[in-house]
Design a protein around this ligand. Structure first.
Ligand SMILES: [Zn+2]
Length: 127
């Protein structure tokens, strides 16, 4: 499920959604904030254009909302249910989690968004 060729692999690692051969992003580390959303124009292996149309990645905002909720729920469950903090502390934990993971959430949202429109094609790998 998490190996090369699956959508989950591309969503989690940010590789080209069609050939899974290289990263879509210029820098691998999302925490270099000036380069968090800097992407290559197209894949150098299979020539896939990442920005299918102008402002294609605006749609990733909707996905980032869902991903943010998932991170917030995870932060709440861990702090409130597992560690046993109070509600105020759990709230602070949620806010801190969302701030710290913003670059990761933004990239995850883009990866999920582009994988909604493109699928892995193993014929492209051999090129
Ligand atoms: Zn590719």
């Amino acid at each position: 499920m998490f190996t090369k060729g699956s959508k989950v692999y591309s969503m989690l690692t940010g590789v080209c959604p069609k050939c899974h051969q290289e990263s879509m992003y210029v820098t691998k580390n999302p925490y270099i904030l000036s380069d968090t959303l800097k992407m290559h124009e197209k894949c150098s292996h299979c020539d896939t254009k990442y920005r299918i149309e102008p402002s294609f990645f605006y749609g990733a905002m909707y996905v980032s909302y869902a991903v943010g909720i998932a991170f917030a729920v995870a932060a709440f469950v861990i702090s409130y249910l597992f560690i046993g903090t109070g509600l105020v502390t759990a709230f602070i934990a949620i806010v801190c989690t969302l701030i710290v993971f913003t670059p990761v959430i933004m990239r995850l949202a883009r990866n999920i968004w582009i994988n909604m429109f493109m699928s892995y094609d193993k014929n492209l790998v051999k090129k």
